[in-house]
Design a protein around this ligand. Structure first.
Ligand code: GUN
Ligand code: ZN
Length: 451
């Protein structure tokens, strides 16, 4: 890592508060000509160029066109499913049987797992995602290689060994006590090492026995700052099967509650079919939801109620998950675009600022890592991207005919600027993809693709 400070100059956009609960203009921060000083992978200072440039006149400056934003956070993604993305024809349970389980078997070979882990991490970075919460397989080697490859890239990554002990093919069943011991070893070795953190990851209630879930709870009690990461209420048949397996639980969330797996360090993917009671209990617990728009559409799981998760009365922390391979893109721009359409189908709208908040500071808050990630506050980790609003001919044409209006009643240049920025970001979330990511910085360093 480079030790000397350096400076990045350009137009910066980040969030200082949650636009679901406050006026957007108070939550978004924009410097048309800003300067960010980096040192040892952290943000030493961040302000307008005019305010800072005198004090850092001798530093080398990298100047970018476009918009500089915090790196995207992917709250839920399966690296072993990279190669079986876009598998046709099934909904969740049949899709798992037909496509996912046979693919995950390949990850018993650590060399194969490393090849895919390496591709997967580069694909995240190519798409501007610098932090990811990743699901693996039941094979400890598949977790080791993922952590090693993330460590090489200085990435923030949260992962653990998948727990599975029933309702799956024999080749993906692990004995719960053995899985417990393997997870302990992984936590001792990787949790808190460099930028890596561990999660306890039962696949979902269906594939865990009660013994396994109680051992997961024991592990959580022994390592309280390790995350819990799993699926919850994604698909109607899944919910029905779960209630038949756990007849004493009042609902799906209650399965995880019974085993001590619901806290402010829990991340539940999907949550498409939650009752009011489950929404309220999630809110009270401080747990987070990984909203996975492209996946929920691809598997026909349903429409997530973002407005309810973001209610004033029972607010829940929400971030965006690509959920590859049920999700159809590594690009969080695509997640935002599909989230917009899901809101429209429910008679609501999702603004660009709200969507980009979910993919940045919202994700950091969901992970309780907002003291380290999510915006350009001083001392945070220097993960950021350069977005090109005119990345394609179509975007260029569309942006050239822009006439601002959304914040039009407000006085002053700043609001005219915010109009334009909001429109550019909206264009990117509807029409953009990795072609719009002009640079990805991880821990203060420019990532370069090996291909
Ligand atoms: N539920 C249990 N396993 C999975 C998985 O691999 N993908 C999705 N989308 N849902 C799941
Ligand atoms: Zn998933």
């Amino acid at each position: 890592m480079e030790l000397n400070p350096k400076a990045i100059r350009g137009s910066f956009v980040d969030f200082v508060d949650d636009p679901f609960f406050r006026a957007e203009t108070e939550c978004v921060r924009y410097f048309q000509d800003g300067l960010m000083i980096l040192e040892k992978g952290k943000i030493l200072e961040f302000d307008s160029y005019a305010n800072l440039s005198d004090r850092y006149a001798n530093l080398p400056i990298e100047t970018y066109e476009g918009l500089i934003l915090p790196g995207f956070i992917d709250l839920h993604v399966h690296y072993p499913q990279t190669e079986m993305i876009a598998a046709c024809g099934e909904q969740l349970l049949a899709w798992l049987e037909k496509y996912v389980f046979p693919t995950e078997l390949r990850f018993q070979d650590p060399d194969y797992a490393r090849k895919i882990a390496s591709f997967f991490l580069d694909e995240l970075l190519r798409n501007g995602t610098t932090t990811a919460v990743v699901l693996t397989t039941i094979f400890p080697g598949s977790v080791e290689v993922l952590f090693e490859e993330a460590q090489k890239r200085s990435m923030r990554l949260i992962a653990g060994q998948m727990l599975m002990s029933r309702n799956a093919p024999e080749f993906l069943i692990n004995e719960p006590h053995k899985a417990y011991a393997e997870n302990c070893e992984l936590i001792h070795k990787w949790h808190g090492k460099d930028r890596l953190l561990c999660a306890i990851t039962p696949r979902f209630a269906i594939t865990s026995t009660e013994i396994e879930l109680s051992l997961a709870g024991k592990l959580k009690a022994e390592f309280p700052d390790v995350y819990i990461h799993t699926h919850l209420s994604e698909n109607l048949k899944e919910i029905e099967f779960t209630s038949s397996l756990f007849p004493d639980c009042i609902d799906y969330l209650n399965v995880y509650e019974q085993f001590g797996l619901v806290s402010d360090r829990s991340i539940f993917a999907h949550c498409v079919h939650l009752s009011n009671s489950a929404f309220q209990r999630l809110s009270a617990s401080g747990a987070a939801i990984a909203y996975c728009p492209t996946s929920n559409l691809f598997l026909g799981s349903g429409l997530f109620k973002l407005d309810q998760a973001k209610s004033e009365a029972y607010p829940i922390k929400v971030g965006l998950g690509s959920d590859v391979g049920a999700g159809t893109s590594f690009s969080q721009l695509k997640s935002m675009g599909e989230a917009y359409k899901i809101s429209q189908l429910q008679g609501q709208s999702l603004s660009a600022f709200k969507a980009f908040y979910l993919a940045t500071l919202g994700g950091a808050k969901a992970l309780s890592l907002d003291s380290k990630l999510g915006n350009f506050a001083q001392a945070k980790e220097a993960d950021f991207i350069v977005l090109e609003p005119n990345a394609t001919p179509l975007l260029r044409l569309r942006n050239s005919s822009y006439t601002g209006d959304s914040f039009g009643d407000l006085p002053g240049d700043l609001y005219r600027d915010l109009d334009a920025i909001s429109s550019q970001l909206f264009g990117l979330m509807i029409l953009g993809d990795e072609r719009a990511i002009k640079a990805t910085y991880v821990n203060g360093e420019l990532w370069q693709s090996s291909d």
